[in-house]
Unconditional design. Structure first.
Length: 160
């Protein structure tokens, strides 16, 4: 398996990126909402085809207001359509960005965990050979695996 993550990200680069994300979030805070998972689940979903439909319907609602029901909030509808369309490019950019950040984090974690297991096994071998300091290192590291000993198979009760 190739080592895809080969260098640390400088602390200043990470701090600057995090600050930019926080600044972007703060600049939109007055316009963004948070939904619970249940609220998200209950909403009708809108994809690319639906976005075009909603945008066009909002244009008609605005240009033909006499044909809209009196109880309809046409300005609210137009705002909804506009906000949805306006946020789409930002969402797509952020979605790709978070996917890349998560992929890199996952790969680095996987590579690190694999290397840690190799180091741990090497330290266990060294401890078995009574190498100085090895057993102390194994004692610290093996806490990660506490309670994960070999599992005993349950014996089925005998049929009567």
């Amino acid at each position: 398996m190739a080592n895809l993550v080969t260098q640390a990200i400088p602390a200043k680069t990470l701090a600057d990126a995090l600050q930019h994300v926080r600044d972007a979030r703060a600049s939109l805070a007055a316009y963004l909402i948070s939904l619970t998972p249940e609220e998200r689940q209950a909403l009708p979903k809108m994809g690319d085809k639906s976005l075009a439909f909603v945008t066009k319907a909002a244009e008609y609602a605005q240009s033909l207001p006499k044909l809209m029901p009196g109880y309809m909030d046409v300005p609210g509808f137009v705002a909804d359509a506009s906000v949805s369309a306006d946020l789409l490019p930002l969402f797509q950019e952020l979605d790709g960005f978070t996917a890349d950040v998560d992929s890199t984090r996952m790969e680095a974690g996987s590579e690190g965990y694999t290397a840690a297991l190799m180091a741990f096994n090497s330290l266990k071998d060294a401890a078995r050979a009574n190498q100085p300091g090895a057993q102390a290192a194994v004692d610290v590291l093996q806490v990660r695996f506490a309670g994960q000993g070999k599992r005993k198979e349950k014996i089925a009760p005998a049929a009567k």
